[in-house]
Design a binder for this molecule. Structure first.
Ligand SMILES: Nc1ncnc2c1ncn2[C@@H]1O[C@H](COP(=O)(O)OP(=O)(O)OP(=O)(O)O)[C@@H](O)[C@H]1O
Length: 155
C-alpha cells in the first residue's frame, strides 16, 4: 500500500529531551559529533505501548531533517533508499520502507505519542547525485488502531 508522507521543514527532533538507548545504528557514528549527541535525545515521556497499536496499517512521516545531518555517513543496510526529495513535495513510502527506517518501530526510537499514535525517530537513505547517499533523520507517526482521531483525519 502506498502511503503519502508529508515532510515538514521544522527540525523538531532536536527539541526532544529525555535520554534513552538507541539501536546499533549508532555504533558507526563519531561519538563527538553533534549527530551522536542528538541521537541520545530521545523523548521517552510516552507510556509503554499497548500491543494493539501494532495492528496499525499505515504510518505517516511528520518531519524532517537537521542541517547538521547533511554530511552524515551511511550507516547500514537497514536504511531505505530514498530518491531525490524536495521538501515542497509529497512522496509515497511503503509500510516496509518505514518499518525498516525505524528498525521495526523500535521502542528505543519512540520519541512521542499523540492522539493519532506513536511517533518514532528513523533514518532514510537519500541519494543526492553527484554527492552520493546520506542518511536523513525523520520522524514517523504510526497510526494506532486504538484511536478514532486517525480515522477522522485520514478518511
Ligand atoms: N517531527 C517531530 N520531531 C520530534 N518529535 C516529534 C515530531 N513529531 C511529533 N513528535 C513527538 O511526538 C509527540 C506526539 O506528536 P503528535 O504530532 O502525534 O501529537 P498530536 O498533536 O497529538 O498530533 P496528532 O493529534 O496528529 O496525533 C510530540 O509531542 C513530540 O514529542
Amino acid at each position: 500500500m502506498g502511503i503519502h508522507w508529508n515532510c515538514l521543514a521544522a527540525d523538531t527532533l532536536s527539541q526532544t529531551s529525555v535520554a534513552a538507548p538507541v539501536p546499533d545504528l549508532d555504533s558507526d557514528l563519531d561519538s563527538d559529533s553533534p549527530r551522536d549527541s542528538i541521537l541520545k535525545l530521545v523523548n521517552v515521556d510516552a507510556s509503554p505501548v499497548d500491543s494493539a497499536e501494532y495492528s496499525c496499517c499505515f504510518t505517516m512521516v511528520t518531519a524532517c531533517i537537521s542541517t547538521w545531518m547533511s554530511n552524515a555517513p551511511i550507516s547500514g543496510d537497514n536504511n531505505v533508499i530514498l530518491g531525490a526529495l524536495d521538501n515542497s513535495k509529497l512522496r509515497d513510502f511503503t509500510y516496509e520502507e518505514l518499518r525498516a527506517a525505524t528498525f521495526n518501530f523500535s521502542m528505543n526510537l519512540l520519541i512521542g505519542r499523540g492522539g493519532f499514535g506513536n511517533v518514532y525517530k528513523g533514518w532514510l537513505k537519500e541519494q543526492r547525485p553527484p554527492k552520493g547517499a546520506r542518511n536523513r533523520l525523520i520522524a514517523v507517526k504510526r497510526f494506532s488502531g486504538d484511536t478514532q482521531q486517525g480515522y477522522l483525519e485520514f478518511t
